[in-house]
Design a protein around this ligand. Structure first.
Ligand code: 7PJ
Length: 255
């Protein structure tokens, strides 16, 4: 899954892709480099990001989506009205950091045939990184994902449409993120999405700024694959493809 941000304040590309044309070109490039899914988002969920109106979110996402709806496009949104509009415009997947928690979200997704990613986060993006606490981070994330998968299935979303994500960096310290990565395979029976690309966890581990986290991101990608991740949400598709090729060759040649 290749990330294309259409937010002006997204931390990892400094807003370079705010303009629809640039976002479309970037999406095409990621698809050529081997992304199976293009994830576009019009609301930055980075810690402390400014809120975006529904109208602005749609104005950012729709012009990009309509130009690339021949691709498998996932839309990163928490709003049922945005979900409805993008599904009508050809989105294949809803990637929701609120795990379809907004009133009406389950119903909108259930009425379509799209795939969905149900992500865990603790707290609100504005404040979630202020001293997050868990008694048992793996247990808590696992229970939450199970509850949301049950809710989704209860609403009529078939298991073949559902993926889950521990939400690295969403209300989690470095230690929480590492524990979740270490025990990724325990989290769910549903296919796992892992998003670690360029995240601040890597800044803490390597001391590097966001534009120098490629090597760390690739190490994380390999660890996520080893932990059983099915979908890697990344910025650097070409390089991550090479990691996948190496990992797959190793697996296939195993007795
Ligand atoms: C994630 C996401 C993630 C899923 C963001 C960033 C922050 N969606 N949206 N998983 N992260 N499913 O790109 O670093 O980890 S926004």
């Amino acid at each position: 899954m290749g990330v294309v941000n259409v937010t002006p304040d997204s931390f990892s590309d400094g807003g370079r892709f705010f303009k629809a044309k640039l976002a479309i070109a970037h999406a095409r490039k990621l698809a050529r480099e081997g992304a199976d899914i293009i994830d576009i988002g019009g609301e930055s969920t980075r810690p402390g990001a400014a809120p975006v109106s529904e109208q602005d979110e749609l104005a950012r996402v729709l012009p990009v989506l309509t130009e690339i709806s021949d691709l498998c496009v996932s839309v990163d949104t928490r709003r049922p009205a945005v979900m409805r509009a993008v599904l009508e415009a050809g989105a294949s997947m809803i990637n929701d950091v609120d795990a379809l928690g907004a009133p009406g979200a389950l119903e909108v997704v259930a009425k379509s045939a799209c795939a969905v990613c149900l992500m865990h986060k603790k707290g609100d993006p504005a404040t979630m990184q202020q001293d997050p606490h868990y008694d048992d981070v793996v247990g808590e994330v696992k229970a939450f994902l199970k509850e949301r998968v049950n809710a989704a299935q209860g609403a009529g979303i078939g298991p073949e449409r559902i993926t889950v994500d521990p939400g690295f960096g969403f209300g989690k310290t470095l230690e929480h993120n590492l524990e979740l990565l270490r025990r990724l395979s325990e989290l769910s029976d549903s296919p796992l999405v892992a998003g670690l690309s360029r995240k601040s966890t890597l800044g803490k581990l390597t001391g590097r700024p966001v534009d120098e986290r490629l090597a760390g991101s690739l190490a994380m990608a390999l660890l996520a694959l080893q932990g059983g991740a099915t979908i890697l949400r990344v910025h650097d598709v070409k390089e991550t493809r090479d990691v996948i090729a190496v990992w797959q060759a190793m697996r296939e040649n195993a007795a």
